[in-house]
Design a protein around this ligand. Structure first.
Ligand SMILES: Cc1cc2nc3c(=O)[nH]c(=O)nc-3n(C[C@H](O)[C@H](O)[C@H](O)COP(=O)(O)OP(=O)(O)OC[C@H]3O[C@@H](n4cnc5c(N)ncnc54)[C@H](O)[C@@H]3O)c2cc1C
Length: 714
């Protein structure tokens, strides 16, 4: 067990993520101490930004003496306020909560941020040399600023020492020396320490002028994901070297340092549960940051593309939205051309597709974006080949994960059993990071409960929609189109999608609301299409030949598990793909979200060797948010919808009425159509539909266009 040290306290990057007002829902999840800490951190970030605005302005040499003095005074007062906040924490936050909080939230704070370095460097320059480029400074004001910074620094050291049990002023631990060096800025540690050390002594405390250790001077400061003083990235705590960086043993708390920041090679050993699209893409990204990545998949992979038992949706239509195409091309360059070479169609929407929405066909002359329609097995096959070509990614098939190892708040591996054979062997696999990519039916909430950890809060919007998909051969395409998409809505709840896939086949998916599932026999399936709001798909289907029986699917709820929330995250665990956020498939987003999750992880890790798992979890959450908003926004007004995240109430009803007007303009208005399509394709946030003046004007002020009930012509 690792004890807390300054390094693990001082890095709280999630706090920087929390630079937004806490919503009432967020607040419910927070203890009083957590709320206090977050609010104080948010406030101090804001204050610090303003101090820097003033110091930069002074340094620019553009202001006159009065402006210069006013800004120096304000900076002094703001630094005083920063110090006051630390005192507030010192006097109101119980030490146990502080440690718990640090444990839950990971390990970073603004102290290692560029902002602090900039603050120290600027104040040092000003007080040593005055403002060389500007008017003569009032020396008294500069002295006051200098002293405010000294006091702030001293209070900070006292707070940390108090919370972590170190003895203030003793300089006995390298953690304390490290903190002092950190607060002094990275480039000129010795001189600044000496300079501020005298003030500490003068103010009645012992001096903190002990020099950093040689290792620290070389940049081996014990900061997870922080910057070395040389400007390089630092390794995590286990790369700290000797435990001399920890507080004295007697003061240690039973709190473990976050695992994710653990290994010299960044993430150490990563185990990915589930070798489907989200798991493979995540493995691909993490391979660049881990010592070893092992994918555990319960199915056996075949050599050729084909449906798998572990992915029941692989028999259903899968579109790849433009955002997903972009993300996949970024992650695995050359993948899309390879899919096209294998026969996957690329369609322009609405140019190549007949899209029926709000009682009309959308004009195909409206601007288009591409989508791709490989079959799901073909896509997964190509992703798998590309990812598993990487020697850093290992896969074990026929291995089923049966539980998590570790304890509440901290995951250390997985329990597995090998499938097949008479005596399945049980085994434990240790990991620095476990990634759950086991899909919609993820058992992580239950496995956490087995460990005694709380399950994550779940948000649910469920329409009860049921799916059926059947493959068809046809001699000719539907009308002069490449496919149909009949979009269901509250007034017209039946949906259909007819799309070409590789192998000169057509995949046809029909869907109906709760209690109106499409039948499981080919004849009944075609008959069901006769109930669609336009006859064109049914007419075409009657001329096509079904291949086999339709496959049904009923688990279409939108379900988001809030592993990102304060208090619901476990270090050493990351949940991605459908396991974190499963969406109603009718909007065709899941694959794109899996790819966007991976891109978000890549961006979060870029240039760093270790990032707390909670930060990664929040990045995953953010990257799925647009899709969640689109799917739950569209499903909330559906008849018979249930779930705790259904949007209701007067504001939701007003929004629905407005969006109905937007939809009525889509068929004939290129601006409204393009904006709505970009939202649906996850290229723009849903709020664009209510914030774009061009869309607002059209939706509210212009009449909807002519009725388009004949299939659209090019
Ligand atoms: C009917 C339907 C239609 C859809 N249509 C579209 C569409 O048009 N476009 C789109 O983008 N998305 C669509 N989706 C969504 C898409 O299929 C998913 O979002 C996507 O597959 C998510 O991938 P995943 O890797 O998270 O999970 P999955 O693909 O479900 O994979 C989970 C993997 O984990 C493995 N696994 C599970 N448990 C264990 C365990 N205990 N141990 C080891 N391995 C385990 C499984 O075998 C499987 O390989 C559709 C979904 C459905 C249901």
């Amino acid at each position: 067990m690792t004890s807390p040290n300054y390094a693990t306290y001082l890095h709280l990057p999630e706090l920087l993520d929390l630079q937004r007002p806490l919503t009432p829902v967020d607040q419910q999840d927070l203890s009083d101490s957590e709320r206090l800490f977050i609010v104080v951190h948010q406030a101090s970030e804001t204050l610090l930004s303003q101090v820097l605005v003033d110091l930069r302005h002074i340094a620019s040499g553009q202001c006159g003496r009065r402006c210069h003095d006013r800004r120096a005074q304000r900076a002094t007062r703001l630094v005083g306020a920063l110090e006051g906040q630390l005192k507030l924490l010192h006097h109101t936050l119980p030490r146990e909560d502080f440690l718990l909080f640090r444990h839950r939230f990971g390990t970073a704070s603004g102290v290692q941020s560029k902002q602090f370095h900039e603050l120290f460097a600027r104040v040092r320059k000003l007080t040593k040399h005055g403002d060389e480029d500007g008017p003569a400074a009032d020396p008294e004001l500069l002295t006051a600023l200098d002293e405010a910074v000294r006091r702030w620094r001293h209070t900070h050291i006292e707070l940390v020492a108090h919370m972590l049990g170190d003895r203030p002023g003793s300089a006995e631990t390298s953690g304390l020396r490290w903190l002092a060096a950190r607060l002094d800025g990275s480039s000129d540690t010795a001189s600044y320490t000496a300079s501020y050390g005298s003030s500490d002594t003068a103010s009645g405390t012992a001096s903190y002028n002990a020099e950093p250790s040689a290792a620290e001077q070389q940049g081996a400061c014990p900061v997870a994901g922080g910057r070395r003083s040389t400007g390089q990235q630092a390794a995590g705590p286990e790369a700290e070297g000797p435990r001399a960086t920890e507080p004295p043993t007697a003061e240690r708390q039973p709190v473990t340092a976050p695992r994710l920041a653990a290994a010299a090679d960044g993430l150490g050993h990563v185990v990915v549960v589930g070798g489907s699209v989200a798991g493979l893409l995540t493995a691909h990204v993490l391979a660049g940051h881990a010592e070893r990545v092992t994918v555990l998949e319960r199915d056996q992979y075949e050599d050729t593309p084909g449906p798998r038992a572990g992915v029941p949706q692989s028999r259903h239509t899968h579109v790849l939205l433009t955002s997903g195409m972009n993300a996949l091309e970024e992650l695995l360059p050359g993948l899309l051309p390879a899919l096209e070479d294998a026969g996957a169609p690329r369609l322009a929407v609405p140019g190549d597709l007949g899209v029926w929405q709000a009682g009309q066909w959308i004009s195909r002359r409206n601007p288009s974006r591409p989508i791709m329609t490989p079959s799901r097995p073909l896509l997964e096959h190509h992703v798998r080949r590309r990812v598993l070509d990487d020697p850093r990614v290992h896969v074990r098939t026929g291995v089923e994960v049966t539980g998590l190892l570790g304890r509440p708040g901290h995951i250390t591996g997985v329990a597995v059993r090998t499938r097949g054979g008479d005596h399945p062997a049980r085994q434990e696999i240790e990991a620095d990071l476990v990634v759950d990519a086991s899909g919609r039916a993820s058992r992580t909430p239950a496995w956490l409960a087995d460990l005694g950890a709380p399950a994550p809060a779940e948000e649910l919007v469920e329409t009860g929609r049921a799916y059926a998909t059947c493959v068809f051969h046809a001699d000719h395409p539907p009308e002069d189109l490449d496919g149909f998409y009949i979009v269901p809505d509250a007034g017209q709840p039946l949906g259909a999608i007819v799309l070409p896939v590789e192998g000169d086949r057509w995949m046809v998916t029909l869907s109906g609301p709760r209690g109106e599932a499409p039948p499981g026999d080919a004849e009944g399936f075609v008959e069901f299409a006769g109930r669609l709001p336009h006859s064109a798909p049914h007419k075409w289907l009657r001329s096509a030949r079904p291949v086999g029986r339709p496959a049904g699917y009923r688990h279409t709820a939108n379900r988001r598990r809030r592993y990102d929330r304060p208090g619901q995250h476990n270090t050493g665990l990351l949940v991605v793909g459908d396991a974190a956020c499963a969406l109603n498939p009718v909007y065709g987003q899941g694959l794109s979200v899996a790819a966007l999750n991976a891109v978000a992880l890549r961006e979060e890790l870029a240039g760093k060797r270790a990032v707390p798992s909670r930060t990664l979890q929040r990045a995953v959450f953010r990257s799925a948010r647009r899709a969640w908003d689109v799917a739950t926004g569209a499903d909330s007004p559906m008849p018979g919808v249930t779930g705790n995240a259904v949007r209701s109430g007067p504001a939701a009803r007003l929004l629905t009425r407005y969006l109905d007007r937007v939809r009525a303009h889509v068929p004939h208005d290129p601006v409204v159509c393009g904006t709505q399509r970009d939202v649906l394709f996850l290229l723009a946030p849903p709020r664009t539909l209510v914030t774009s003046p061009r869309v607002l004007r059209r939706a509210l002020l212009s009449p909807a266009g002519p009725d388009r009930s004949a299939p659209p012509t090019p």
